[in-house]
Write a protein that binds this ligand. Structure first.
Ligand SMILES: [Zn+2]
Length: 138
């Protein structure tokens, strides 16, 4: 995990600490106000260097101190939101699904192009298996 070049960063603890509400206090400067942003699983912060593939961070609420810009992650609120169905696809599984999806058409994806497209899609989409689907990733 890389760190942003210009902000203090807290590693993502497992499990995430509970949401501290509107009156969150910054652990670095004790300022009593923080911004909240929803982040889906696998997403990076805006100022974070991206890795090859999705971030290992789970679905979360990202907090940012309004005085010193320190950023930390907290659990969703309420924390007992329903679990998503299925599991997230790997890059290889999504690349295979992309390659298989065009059969019968003139488009022919090379394995490298399919993998490149899969990485790009997984940066912005939450792609999961469907338990009722046949063929492909399970
Ligand atoms: Zn602060």
């Amino acid at each position: 995990m890389s760190t942003p070049p210009f902000r203090a960063t807290a590693p993502a603890p497992t499990p995430l600490p509970p949401y501290t509400g509107d009156d969150a206090t910054c652990a670095k400067c004790a300022f009593p106000e923080a911004r909240t942003r929803y982040r889906k699983a696998g997403s990076y912060r805006d100022d974070e260097m991206t890795l090859f593939g999705p971030s290992p961070r789970p679905e979360r609420l990202e907090r940012e101190c309004l005085r010193c810009d320190y950023v930390w992650d907290e659990a969703l609120n309420p924390p007992d939101a329903p679990e998503p169905i299925g599991r997230e696809l790997t890059i290889t599984e999504l690349a295979d699904a992309l390659s298989a999806s065009h059969q019968g058409w003139a488009l022919d994806l090379s394995p490298e192009l399919a993998a490149h497209m899969a990485v790009g899609l997984l940066r912005t989409l939450d792609v999961r298996t469907r338990p009722d689907a046949t063929g492909g990733a399970s």
